[in-house]
Design a protein around this ligand. Structure first.
Ligand code: ATP
Length: 598
């Protein structure tokens, strides 16, 4: 388990290179472009039409200026030109509204689709994945990274098409007016292209770092708040705040390093635009004096250059948006390509497990990266309807055994059988549908008591809910609460004690009515007598179903048909209570110690 406020390590090794990131990003979004092809087509048509109409305006101005210069301009003619410009401006406004809706709408649809895919993927990934990736990292993907993708596919793409079309068209209009002056005007642009290329690799790296640091920061905040009581109990508020501050400073530093590049790219683009303007004023001015071009042409030329300045400046911005988008898509793709280590195959059978018989043959298991096996050659037969108790020191493998029966980790073929069928040949739904599992850490929702009990069976009748709660010895406490079964619990409701939470979780599992129930140290928060009474009541309720109860205490398991004693991943003693006491081994020693301590 991760400790309070532990810092997740960065995923350093094997970072894919930029080209692979780019190819992967294209592969990921290509289907969306196909899906929304029509929307994109009409959107871009409107965008390009706006650009075209904007390019017409300088032509009208040129005619007006030339008419003024030639003194042929009448008030009616000028009003007519003005009218054209107003008409064009109105058309531009309407078309702009339209393309924004189409193209920015596309980026929102893409974002939503990706978010849904991420969420669905997370729901099928297994325990091993969630141990590898932190919640903070996942949250950063679902917020910062998705919004980078949205920006790149929305404004980024719009700016790119706009800049390219407007840039090329303005260039052609300028070349039509005067090719020499046009070449002079665009002479500084290669510098911009080189600069963008040079800076974009750095941009990519630094942005990746910023996103990773954001994940670290998010994870730290999450783990702090989820362990806030512990932090307070250990007086750790100040060190936690200091560590948060430190992480925040690193995040700011990383962002500032990114801003340096961003801050270089934008002003230099602007500067290059202004240098072009200076050159045009100087050489164009001389051309008017030499009468190579008319004053109208010059005014139109300057207008086109203005129109071209935006694409030149936009290039830096677009490059930045795309870099961020591609980096974020790479991170999102990494998660979407995660596969659960446990999956149904085509041959998996969804056979219903009804008897609840469990057989284990030579089961050994090691956690990834651990040399010491957590379970070592376990052989076990639990006939249907049996009550099995498991005791053992901490770390002896009790939880691992329960997890493997519930198929939470992959196991070799031919090691665990339910009703005589190898679990590896069954679908996950068939295995999990046969087992009601109560984990060590109880999870309750901030909702009503009834909601928490009926989570796995929302339509269960009230009598059954009450019967399950009675069997878990929590019914009396529930009816003494303000609103009975409708009492809200959790953050905005009644605070329950550890023992009440555990018994509520047991009631939830009992209500599932499954042939096998596993309670993994699910009563650690109640005293020994209560634990014994609750286990007895559960055993009565479950009559005929298979029940495995793990406990640190020996006495409450005295009624079990069989008790296993585990040590170092092995079963070192097994048998009924009396038999184990008479053996005078670990079980007998612990029993004596625990009962004498009372
Ligand atoms: N997710 C994991 N990754 C790596 N090692 C693990 C993991 N979970 C448990 N282990 C290791 O496997 C061994 C058995 O652990 P397990 O949780 O099964 O013991 P346990 O008997 O249930 O302990 P406890 O009574 O404290 O719950 C221990 O050495 C533990 O450190």
């Amino acid at each position: 388990m991760r400790t309070a406020g532990s810092i997740p390590s960065r995923r350093a090794a094997g970072a894919p290179d930029r080209d692979a990131d780019f190819r992967g990003a294209v592969g990921l979004v290509a289907p969306y472009f196909r899906k929304y092809a029509l929307r994109l087509f009409v959107g871009f048509l409107a965008l390009v039409s706006v650009d075209f109409l904007q390019l017409v305006i300088p032509r009208i101005i040129k005619f007006a200026v030339d008419a003024l210069q030639k003194k042929t301009a009448t008030q009616a003619l000028l009003l007519e030109y003005g009218g054209y410009i107003v008409g064009l401006a109105m058309m531009i406004a309407v078309l702009r509204l339209f393309w924004r809706n189409m193209l920015l709408g596309f980026s929102r649809l893409l974002e939503t689709d990706l978010r849904n895919r991420l969420f669905s993927r997370l729901l099928v990934l297994d325990k091993a994945f969630f141990q590898r990736r932190t919640t903070g990292e996942i949250m950063a993907l679902a917020t910062n990274d998705l919004s980078s993708v949205q920006l790149a596919s929305g404004m980024g793409m719009v700016a790119l098409v706009d800049a390219v079309f407007m840039g090329v068209a303005a260039f052609l209009f300028m070349a039509y007016i005067n090719p020499t002056l046009t070449l002079i005007a665009v002479a500084p642009t290669p510098v911009l292209a080189l600069l963008t290329r040079f800076l974009s690799a750095r941009l990519h790296r630094r942005f990746k770092k910023v996103q990773e640091q954001f994940s670290v920061l998010t994870e730290f905040a999450r783990s702090t708040f989820s362990t806030i009581r512990l932090i307070k109990a250990y007086n750790q508020e100040k060190p936690q705040a200091a560590r948060f501050n430190e992480l925040g400073e690193t995040y700011v530093r990383d962002n500032l390093r990114l801003a340096v590049i961003y801050g270089t790219l934008f002003p230099i683009s602007g500067l290059i635009g202004n240098v072009s303007m200076l050159l045009v004023l100087f050489f164009g001015g001389r051309m008017i004096i030499d009468q190579t071009i008319t004053a109208g042409d010059f005014v139109a030329f300057i207008s086109y250059l203005f129109l071209m300045t935006w694409p030149m400046m936009a290039m830096g911005w677009v490059a930045d948006l795309f870099q961020r988008g591609v980096t974020s898509l790479g991170r999102i793709r990494g998660l979407l390509e995660e596969t659960p280590s446990l999956q149904d195959s085509r041959d998996s059978v969804s056979a219903g497990i009804v008897r609840g018989e469990i057989s284990i043959r030579g089961l050994s298991f090691s956690y990834p990266g651990r040399r010491q096996p957590a379970l070592d050659r376990i052989d076990l037969d639990i006939p249907p309807g049996r009550f099995l108790g498991i005791v053992g020191r901490t770390g002896s493998g009790k939880t691992t055994l329960c997890h493997l029966i519930a198929r939470l980790y992959p196991i070799p073929d031919g090691t665990i059988f339910l009703d005589g069928k190898d679990v590896n040949g069954l679908t996950l739904a068939a295995v999990r549908g046969a087992i009601a599992y109560v984990p060590q850490d109880v999870v309750l929702f901030s909702d009503t008591v009834a909601y928490n009990i009926t989570m796995g069976r929302p339509d269960a009748p009230m009598e059954e809910i009450e019967a399950a709660a009675r069997a878990a010895s929590i019914h009396d406490e529930i009816v003494s609460m303000k609103d009975d079964y409708e009492t809200r619990i959790g953050e905005r409701g009644v605070k329950l004690s550890g023992g009440q939470r555990q018994r509520l979780a047991i009631a939830r599992a009992l209500l599932l009515n499954r042939p096998i129930i596993i309670i993994d140290d699910g009563l650690s928060a109640v005293d020994m007598e209560t634990e014994h009474a609750v286990i007895r009541s559960i055993a009565e309720y479950l009559a005929g179903r298979t029940c495995i109860v793990v406990s640190h205490r020996v006495a409450p398991l005295a009624d079990a048909h069989e008790i296993l004693v585990m040590e170092g991943g092995r079963i070192v003693e097994r048998g009924g209570h009396e038999h184990l006491l008479s053996r005078g081994g670990f079980y007998a020693t612990i029993y004596r110690q625990q009962t004498n301590q009372r």
